[in-house]
Design a protein around this ligand. Sequence first.
Ligand code: CP3
Length: 366
Amino acid sequence: MSETPAATPAAQTGQQPTARRGAAYDSVFLRAARNEPVPHTPVWFMRQAGRSLPEYNKVREGVPMLESCMRPELVKEITLQPVRRHKVDAAIFFSDIVVPLRAVGIDVDIKPGVGPVIADPVRTAADLQRLRPLEPDDVPYITEAVGLLVEELGATPLIGFAGAPFTLASYLVEGGPSKSYENTKAMMYGAPELWAELVDRLAVISAAFLQVQIEAGASAVQLFDSWAGALAPDEYRRSVLPASTKVFDAVAGYGVPRIHFGVNTGELLGLMGQAGADIVGVDWRVPLNVAADRVGPGKGLQGNLDPAVLYAPTRVVETKAREVLHAAQALGGSHHIFNLGHGVMPTMDPDALTRLVAFVHEASAR
Ligand code: CP3
């Protein structure tokens, strides 16, 4: 059994003390997340909804990305598409990490083929005032979409998510995607107090975004710190860990499994677990048996097939998937959720993903 997260008393937080025993409670995904026996390893894919699916491209035609996130019926349809097609063991809510920033008034857009772009980057103490806390009333469309989905999904769990403070800060400070994060790091190293306030405000926003999704019925959450791998462990510990911990603490009382993922975070896996995750997501660079040692006992792992393997012939995909399942046996129980080491890519063959789900179910049957 995994350790029960150190829950803040419900009286202090107003949260429900334990996970609601909804229709998905005994799903394979949630049982594995709790390290309970499962008939097979559960599998889902980061970015399973999206441009790899023709049915996605069809319903998104003419609708800008961020606008699509504000239409509950469309969000429901897009979230369900990969569940129907691939028979994955969990749905991930269709939204984006910058949606809560837009909801508090930040001028952010998602440019196709580029990513999030911020009109006025956040670089000074005065700029921080723009990052007010998120209220549930700022995102009624999230509450509505999650409600519609949970109803429709029944026994299939819905994973809610948010961006972690560092990854959000990197977009806000740089003004868009970056390779070297020079402005972000300049603030982190050169103005540590300003930085600490920035990531603290982002923690408040991300925590509220997760709470809205859990309150509406999401039965697990994932905190994406996609770009945290740019940092050395000591810097992560000093400048990022407190804020990410704040996010996880804020949702501990709900008792839903909390997953924490970033790319290139081999050196940070232990710290990312310490932030409060029940399950640590691993990219393809570190085998799961090695990751298990780094993360330590009591925590599960998620991952970690190299997404590019999906471009190779089926027998190679199967060999590599089997290696992932084999390495996960080091966990000694059911505490593994199969995933890619990062997201599905737009040019991937969706049939290869469908075959992979069936293969993982079969090869891990017990
Ligand atoms: O299936 C899912 O995973 C559902 C939803 C989802 C999206 N973004 C939808 C999306 C999730 C969980 C995210 C998280 C997200 N957004 C992250 C963390 C995950 C990761 O991949 O590391 C990050 C870093 C972002 C920021 C962002 N938004 C990027 C880098 C991009 C891609 C830009 C591009 O065009 O290549 C986006 C846009 C985005 N978010 C798309 C989707 C499906 C593609 C845009 C589109 O379909 O129009």
